[in-house]
Design a protein around this ligand. Structure first.
Ligand SMILES: Cc1cc2nc3c(=O)[nH]c(=O)nc-3n(C[C@H](O)[C@H](O)[C@H](O)COP(=O)(O)O)c2cc1C
Length: 352
């Protein structure tokens, strides 16, 4: 099936012309025939606690198509407080991993090309592009409005480092959160784990800084549920420290983001212009999403916190969704899997 985001086109071309494939075909029964919301997600009634995480849904047209095709919990691609350019093309490549992308395997280069065969793992390297808030706020509001009964749009955002030091960085997160709330998004998701920012030190591993940011954001947004997006934590003590320090400030944790690895062409040259490391997602990281959900669920139970867990990583089938739910996920999302199978929402509705 043709993906709804076309890797052969630039981010900008996808933004302007997309989505593609099944997502632009008419929907027979329409989203309004979704039936009664049988589940709750962070207190909100939803038809199914399944959808698409931050990334593939570039704007309101993509989000509306995802809702219409039965993805009931959808995250708008992460935005910033100011315009930010996309990394140079290409942004999505096929990545060839023989088996799981373990921490040990991720230390060696991976071959990347445009052969998107199954089992499908890909890399995405955008650098979290954003339009100016004047542009994305009305569009995010349109995405919020595209949700039918039993569906929810999550507003994805992150802070941007500037010249102003730690205080300004915290303030930028607060401003971003406020701008997202202004769109009417009923749930927010703060990305603490982008590996495509040109730094190996992901924000989610810096617990004191994360806590400072979350306290300030929480103060700003009050009761609007806030999710935070995490990377895979190899160290379980570090994960438990993060949960203990933040669980009273958030409505839930989404895990995982991509796993960074060095990408080379089949000939051994650097695969992407200007950056040698890129985030890998899809089949090869399924083990890591499952592992994080299990450990987050254990930490939640041991520490006695009432937080939601959103399982992400390598989900391509309804069986993958059920496995993450059995591991403790309250909701499940698929990026790579949904891009190449836009019918996955309907397939998951049949089992949840
Ligand atoms: C095209 C694409 C763009 C992405 N952009 C973002 C983003 O802007 N913010 C974010 O938090 N995660 C982003 N991600 C990561 C996904 O949300 C998800 O965590 C990751 O792809 C693992 O899920 P998967 O194995 O189902 O793809 C992106 C993923 C893809 C495929």
């Amino acid at each position: 099936m043709d993906p709804f985001y076309d890797p052969a086109l630039s981010y900008e071309q996808n933004y302007v012309r997309g989505p593609f494939g099944v997502f632009v075909e008419p929907v027979a029964d329409g989203p309004m025939l979704a039936g009664d919301p049988a589940h709750r997600f962070v207190g909100i009634p939803v038809r199914t606690p399944f959808g698409i995480p931050a990334g593939p849904l570039l704007n309101a047209r993509f989000a509306a198509a995802a809702f219409a095709h039965g993805f009931d919990v959808c995250v708008y691609k992460t935005v910033r407080t100011r315009a930010h350019a996309c990394h140079p093309f290409p942004n999505v490549l096929a990545v060839h991993v023989d088996g799981d992308l373990t921490p040990e395997r991720a230390r060696r280069p991976l071959v990347a090309d445009d052969d998107f065969a199954e089992p499908r793992s890909i890399s995405n390297s955008f650098g979290v592009p954003s339009r100016d808030p004047d542009r994305w706020q009305p569009d995010m509001a349109a995405a919020v409005a595209a949700a039918a009964t039993g569906q929810v749009l999550v507003g994805g955002f992150q802070g941007t480092k500037g010249d102003g030091g730690a205080g300004a960085y915290v303030a930028d997160h607060v401003r971003a959160a406020r701008l997202v709330v202004e769109t009417g998004a009923p749930v927010l998701e703060l990305n603490l784990s982008c590996p495509n920012e040109g730094t190996s030190a992901l924000l989610c591993f810096d617990v004191p800084r994360v806590r400072r940011i979350l306290e300030a954001v929480k103060e700003e947004i009050g009761d609007v549920p806030l999710l935070v997006k995490l990377a895979h934590f190899p160290d379980n003590d570090a994960l438990r420290t993060l949960v203990a320090a933040t669980a009273t400030l958030v409505a839930g944790y989404s895990a995982i983001n991509t796993i960074p690895a060095r990408l080379v062409t089949p000939g051994g040259a650097q695969a992407l212009p200007g950056r040698d490391v890129s985030g890998v997602c899809g089949a090869a990281i399924r083990w890591a999403g499952l592992d994080m959900v299990r450990r987050l669920a254990r930490a939640r139970d041991d520490l006695g916190h009432d937080v939601a867990i959103v399982g992400v990583g390598g989900v391509t089938t309804p069986a993958d969704v059920l496995a993450l739910r059995a591991a403790g996920a309250d909701a499940v999302m698929s990026a790579t899997g949904a891009m190449w199978n836009p019918n996955l929402g309907h397939e998951v509705r049949a089992v949840l």
